[in-house]
Design a protein around this ligand. Structure first.
Ligand SMILES: [Zn+2]
Length: 329
């Protein structure tokens, strides 16, 4: 699909995932094309991308540059595979995302153990610990690892000779997440930072920094005054109401905080318990959640609690070796 002359969207399927598709964008350049995000490393995804390019009269070797908004498998997974068929293609990502590749996708055992320690500290019981700390491991098979050729820091302008993309560092969903702003056509490539329907997952992680939700809200505020006429997200559909959508997402997190405050109003509680008491957008009751859903729930809850602590509305203390939170006195 051609969005404006020279900017195309290819929908790349994501298997067994409610998101359904990753939106890959391909932008025309004078000496080659620039691709934003790639899709998972599966044969179906590779075929879909290849077919999409063929429909535009292109091969992978016409892609001069791949920019990944962050290194989650659905955005970065195919980059290594593409570089195998087109070795001259340059991969760019934010410096902080580049640093995550080795620990997440190569030497992953150490990271899994560290994550296990964090989960235990937040009250995850021993019987659930193994499955929760390993819950993100299946994603490994959807990544074809390659290292970035160029590190980005934010503030650069990537020019294709036709389009000029300003790199906007928007940490939160991932510490080195970037958006790309094409000011002449007022187009924002928003990655997973801002999606039209779902709110992106903001989770506490050993690599997320102290308060990923504070980072995320700051990153939303940073984009609020952009005069965008079209927002091109990495999932779901293209939308126009950037400021309104940012305000909705901020409101969503305010409501989550309110719900959490209700659980700890009487006495201090740990993040695992709090997660079991608040509402989730999952049809099953809490005790039937699968491990990955539970892990996402508890790490999102920690992100909210740490944000509230950063604001000064809750306090954190250690009780019998477990972190609990209470309403600030
Ligand atoms: Zn993501």
């Amino acid at each position: 699909m051609e969005i404006i002359p020279g900017i195309h969207q290819i929908k790349v399927p994501i298997p067994d995932n409610p998101l359904g598709f990753l939106n890959c964008y391909v932008l025309k350049g004078k000496s080659g094309w620039l691709m934003i995000d790639t899709g998972w490393y599966t044969q179906d995804a590779f075929n879909a991308l290849e077919a999409g390019l063929k429909g535009m009269g292109l091969n992978f070797s016409d892609i001069e540059t791949i920019v990944v908004t962050h290194v989650h498998a659905d955005h970065y997974g195919l980059a290594g595979r593409i570089k195998q068929v087109s070795p001259s293609t340059k991969l760019m990502t934010h410096r902080w995302e580049g640093d995550l590749i080795e620990s997440r996708y190569i030497k992953f055992a150490e990271l899994r153990d560290k994550m296990g320690a964090v989960l235990a500290l937040h009250g995850v019981p021993q019987v659930d610990l193994d499955s929760l700390q390993s819950a993100s491991m299946p994603v490994l098979e959807y990544v074809s690892v390659t290292m970035p050729d160029v590190s980005l820091y934010g503030g650069e302008v990537l020019s294709t000779g036709i389009f000029n993309l300003e790199v906007l560092w928007t940490p939160g969903h991932s510490p080195g997440h970037i958006c790309l702003w094409e000011s002449e056509h007022r187009i924002l490539f928003s990655g997973d930072h801002i999606l039209p329907e779902i709110t992106p997952n903001i989770s506490f992680h050993v690599q997320s920094g102290d308060s990923p939700l504070a980072d995320f809200i700051n990153s939303l505020n940073k984009l609020r005054n952009l005069p965008a006429t079209q927002v091109l997200p990495a999932h779901e559909n293209i939308f126009a109401n950037l400021r309104e959508r940012i305000d909705q997402i901020k409101e969503h997190h305010e409501q989550r905080k309110e719900e959490i405050r209700g659980v700890i109003r009487q006495e201090p509680q740990n993040a695992w318990f709090i997660s079991s008491q608040i509402t989730w957008n999952i049809p099953q009751p809490w005790d039937q959640f699968n491990s990955l859903d539970r892990r996402i729930a508890v790490t999102e809850t920690i992100a909210h609690l740490e944000y509230m602590r950063w604001e000064g509305s809750v306090e954190r203390l250690l009780q019998d070796g477990i972190i609990v939170y209470r309403v600030a006195s």
